[in-house]
Design a binder for this molecule. Sequence first.
Ligand code: ZN
Length: 218
Amino acid sequence: MGSTPIGHPLIDKGKKQVKSMVANVLQRPTLVLNRNWQPVNVATVARALVLLWNESARVVDPTDYQTFDWNDWTKLRPEDGDAFVQAIRFQVRVPEIVTLTDYDRMPTASVAFSRRNIFKRDKYVCQYCGNQPGTEELTIDHVVPRAQGGESRWDNCVLACVTCNRDKADRTPKQAGMRIRREPVRPKWKPIYTSHDVRIESWSKFISEAYWEARLEA
Ligand SMILES: [Zn+2]
């Protein structure tokens, strides 16, 4: 056996139609959860099977949350209607969800750090006075000013109205005697599925309603 479960030709090369079906199945999306069962990524079925083979992931059965390693999983025979990969000697059910076994990785897909997204995160509200003066009157304020080494990062940039920005000037909020209404952080609403149109029903158990709500604003 090669280093991956799909290292061998899976099917008779003459059967082109079957081959493209297998290719399609292998390109289907699998939801990847971290050890805490938070969604971190969407991988192809091919990648998920490699992770499973490497013991880097276990398959999650969305009906009862049971998990399977490669040996358990490949012993399962696909039932009617289950997607599967036809290997040389056996069929492997297509995992819809896997959970990483040795990895505390947090969701990696990150929101683009952009003016537009800062406005969106701060909901067009000045983070000092709480006013909503309109886009024209809002500026992006460096909490720790650039003059003092503050960086352009999610956790150092907030919306400020022109007045607050001018009042604060090149000072930290503390130095200026001003208070930030909400500590700036990187938004959590980045869709990890942007490049995947497919959404699988079983995933919904692992993705919060809040997430889908957030996605709709995008
Ligand atoms: Zn203000």
